[in-house]
Design a protein around this ligand. Structure first.
Ligand SMILES: Cc1ncc(COP(=O)(O)O)c(C=O)c1O
Length: 471
């Protein structure tokens, strides 16, 4: 065990305190140290992370789709310090706006498509999803649609970890009986996914597959009654899934319009360049009524979430009778002045450095490389999803023909455990899963993308020797 000392603490002390006192998320505290690997990150720069043992790792997932601009930008530190020394905080929940909050809201209105032009800021993506649901319900209420309260979401889709977010989500084992009863009034339809078709087909075209999902949506609305449904929420394209065909979103938009159902796009992951456009829905040429944002808005320099609402929704609040026009949602740290300053600087960097264009260009390059070097050479690569911006997913299978995954989760002795070990020891920080998402920072160059592909190539060759695929 290396005896690195950080802040006067050696590795042993840090691991012990971390295991005993820090609640890790979605994993056990003991995972801080697995088989000689340490998940204590002490430094980051550009597209690289440095762990406590001195290993340099490519941040293959932008630290959870967050670090759009990559790591360590002194300009942001200066903007944050400047704001901290002028005004750190004024309570928007008590009626005080700040200059950086107004400027950031205006900037977002300039960037967002259509009439999406009023932003509510909060502390994270899950919270923003909750707020979007409440906004949709209050909007319907003050529009006279008092019965329109239900929310339709798609299965499987992740929208966060808070109560309403897990109630509308259906991802992994979050929706297990531990958290019952969940929020009532949630309906679900199957999301299109041609590779693992929820209806069991293997021979449908992407468009046919997507139209089954559209039909599902129509059926649920007809069965429940459009007059009971407030909103439909979904991500523009699901990470880990086939892209929707071009006719999917226009049809969904039409159905929502016909039934006065608000269309909420959850773009916590995609907004601000990840999809190769400022907003993910721009790829499908429709404008949602509400866009939920988060991660990329500050590139994780400070925590943030929010929603952008269409002018028509904002005006309905402006014109509502006294009382009803106040959106009933207050969060102390919404529009935090220092966070807003970080967001403004982050967007300035994204714009100035042409990172949306880079995401589009490098996204295409990366997708092609992953297909030609990994999918076409490795039988464990069942399929590669993506092609829109710097975000793609690789389905790993034991049998390409049947699309069957390797057994087990990522506990010791399994395919995934070993693959994670190989990938990490080869210098890539990515959580390898049966469907693995890769989304490097938007500053990524061809050289970094080539390195990621090479590391995966070497790791896949080794794992195929140790866990031979079947076909
Ligand atoms: C699509 C989507 N929505 C919502 C969330 C929740 O955001 P947060 O983790 O900031 O609460 C996430 C997080 O990964 C997400 O991917």
């Amino acid at each position: 065990m290396p005896e690195a000392a950080v802040d006067g603490l050696n590795l042993h002390q840090l691991l012990t305190w971390g295991r005993d006192h820090l609640w890790m998320q979605d994993r056990r505290a003991s995972d801080l140290q697995t088989n000689g690997r340490y998940s204590i990150i002490v430094k980051a720069e550009g597209c690289y992370l440095y762990d406590i043992a001195g290993n340099k790792l490519i941040d293959g997932n932008s630290s959870g789709f967050v670090k759009a601009i990559g790591h360590r930008w002194p300009e942001i530190a200066e903007a944050v310090a400047g704001q901290l020394t002028t005004l750190a905080f004024a309570p928007i929940s008590h009626g005080c706006a700040t200059v950086p909050a107004i400027r950031l809201a205006k900037k977002i209105a300039d960037l967002a498509p259509g009439s999406l032009n009023r932003t509510f800021f909060c502390g994270g993506g899950s919270e923003a999803v909750e707020i979007a649901i409440q906004l949709a319900r209050q909007y319907q209420f003050l529009s006279g649609n008092t019965r329109k309260t239900k929310i339709i979401s798609r299965r499987p889709e992740y929208h966060g970890s808070t109560y309403a977010a897990i109630s509308i989500g259906s991802h992994g084992d979050r929706n297990n009986p531990i958290f019952e009863p969940l929020m009532p009034g949630v309906l679900q339809v199957d999301a299109p996914h041609c590779y693992r078709c929820p209806w069991g087909y293997r021979d449908r075209s992407p468009s046919d597959c997507c139209m089954l999902s559209v039909a599902d949506l129509r059926n649920v609305i007809a069965a429940e009654g459009a007059d009971t449904i407030a909103a439909f929420i979904a991500t523009p394209f699901r990470v880990g899934s086939s892209l929707p065909s071009p006719d999917y979103w226009p049809q969904v938009r039409r159905i929502c319009d016909e039934n006065q159902i608000l269309l909420i796009a959850d773009e916590v992951t995609l907004a601000f360049g990840r999809a190769g456009t400022w907003f993910g829905m721009e790829r499908f040429h429709i404008v949602p009524d509400i866009i939920v944002i988060g991660k990329g808005l500050t590139s994780g320099e400070l925590p943030v979430g929010g929603l952008i609402a269409k002018q028509e929704i904002a005006e309905a609040f402006d014109q509502a009778k006294a009382g009803l026009g106040n959106f009933y949602h207050g969060v102390t740290f919404g529009s935090h002045a220092v966070v807003m300053a970080a967001g403004l600087k982050n967007l300035e960097i994204i714009e100035r450095e042409g990172l949306v264009e880079n995401s589009n260009k490098m996204g295409k390059y990366f997708h092609e490389r992953v297909i030609s070097k990994l999918r076409d050479n490795h039988p464990i690569v069942g399929e590669v999803f993506g092609g829109l911006g710097l975000i793609l997913s690789i389905a790993l299978v034991k049998n390409r023909r049947t699309r069957q995954a390797y057994p087990g989760g990522d506990e010791k002795g399994t395919f995934l455990f070993r693959l994670n070990e190989l990938v990490r020891s080869n210098g890539l920080f990515v959580n390898m899963r049966h469907t693995t998402n890769i989304a490097p920072p938007l500053i990524a160059t061809k050289a970094i993308l080539d390195d990621i592909v090479d590391i995966l190539d070497r790791s896949f060759s080794q794992i195929e020797r140790e866990f031979p695929p079947e076909d």
